[in-house]
Design a protein around this ligand. Structure first.
Ligand code: SAM
Length: 367
């Protein structure tokens, strides 16, 4: 498998590019403003810094506008106003889209979070329903490219192709390395291990930080050959303590007995089934007593926020086959399924919109 083409950050850059292409003014990131052309901006999200997703912060107003425009194009507002509250599946049937994947759900999550739909919780065990808000939002004008094709993506249940720049993946990974550096250094300093298995290592941002923080430690980086070549450059002199393994992280032999295994910004590209396999592979590869660490964008268990995580999930719905932003309860479930214990969650000061989930391999486990 050549996983690099499914790099979520490519889509993040794509968001940014789409916003620039549409000449989208950064003032749109502020709530309740009107554009010079009189179109109301519906996004009520507050501007905060967002780790590697920060590239899109300036474009947040554009993303919310695109979500509202897609709601209009799909007939979401009319269907809810005419026939009352609905679950995702009921609404999908009313407006004639495929409900199976998470694309429509991701759109509804964003529309509810920005207040142009509301949520109803009938009973604890009943699925959440969405309902029309008091007023139908104004229909923003959005160019038909990237996020502007959201309605089409949801209707066809097919992701958009990811544009890779003519210079290849290098500019993207350079961007990731600098955007993720602070979070990587903070996380690396907290890891008490003498060896790291970095699954989906990308440009090696996390391995680089780990090797720098632990001068006697070693790192094994797993990714596709092309991406690992970029990581080798990024590691500089630290390369002496690094090993590179080209292949699919779920199946490749990257050795065992690692002190820690890291899945940083990897799971959101993949389906739940693949995420479970990635967590299991990480758990197999660590030594008894070792830890598996996940770093991801954060979304609440009930998917009511934060807006950054919900927009990120919608971005995954647009640009990946089956990726998503997964709540902490789901991350914990995969770690537990993989046989890990002492599950815990944490946050990074350098990446307030991210979540860290950690599980430990029992000391008595077979290696
Ligand atoms: C979003 S990037 C994250 C890179 C790095 N962990 C970071 O946080 O900066 C995801 C990386 O995972 C790699 N990847 C995706 N699926 C993979 C798989 N099944 N096996 C190995 N690498 C994978 C991609 O090639 C890409 O470099």
């Amino acid at each position: 498998m050549a996983p690099s083409s499914h790099d979520s950050h490519a889509k993040i850059v794509d968001i940014d590019r789409a916003a620039r292409r549409d000449n989208h003014p950064s003032t749109l990131a502020r709530a309740g403003r009107e554009r010079p052309d009189g179109v109301r901006v519906c996004c009520r999200a507050e501007a905060t810094s967002v780790d590697v997703f920060g590239a899109a912060v300036e474009a947040r107003g554009f993303l919310c506008d695109a979500a509202v425009a897609a709601g209009h194009e799909l007939g979401v507002f009319e269907a809810l106003a005419d026939a009352g509250p609905a679950t995702v599946e009921q609404l999908a049937a009313r407006i004639g889209v495929v409900p199976g994947r998470r694309r429509l759900r991701a759109l509804l999550d964003v529309l509810a979070a920005i207040g142009v739909l509301s949520r109803e919780h009938a009973a604890a065990s009943a699925p959440t329903r969405v309902a029309a808000a008091a007023a139908v939002p104004a229909r923003p004008v959005v160019a038909r490219a990237g996020w502007g094709l959201l309605a089409e993506v949801i209707r066809n249940d097919q992701p958009l192709p990811v544009e890779i720049a003519s210079a290849g993946a290098r500019p993207l990974h350079d961007h990731l390395a600098s955007a993720g550096a602070a979070a990587a250094h903070e996380l690396a300093a907290s890891l008490d291990a003498d060896s790291l298995l970095d699954l989906g290592a990308g440009a090696g941002t996390y391995s680089q930080a780990f090797l720098a923080a632990h001068p006697a430690a070693r790192a094994t980086l797993v990714d596709s050959r092309d991406v690992l070549a970029l990581a080798a450059v990024h590691l500089g002199p630290l390369i002496d303590r690094a090993r590179f393994v080209d292949g699919d992280a779920t199946t490749v032999d990257a050795g065992d007995g690692h002190g820690a295994a890291l899945l940083a910004n990897l799971l959101h590209i993949h389906s739940p089934e693949m995420c479970a396999r990635l967590c299991a592979a990480a758990a197999r590869a660590v030594a008894p007593g070792g830890v598996v660490v996940i770093k991801e964008m954060r979304v609440d268990d009930d998917r009511t926020g934060p807006i950054e995580g919900l927009l990120f999930a919608l971005n995954m719905a647009i640009y990946t086959e089956a990726g998503d932003a997964y709540p902490a309860s789901q991350l914990r479930a995969w770690l537990a399924e993989a046989g890990l214990i002492d599950l815990s969650e944490g946050r990074l000061a350098a990446a307030p919109d991210a979540i860290i989930a950690i599980g430990r391999k029992p000391s008595g486990s077979a290696r």
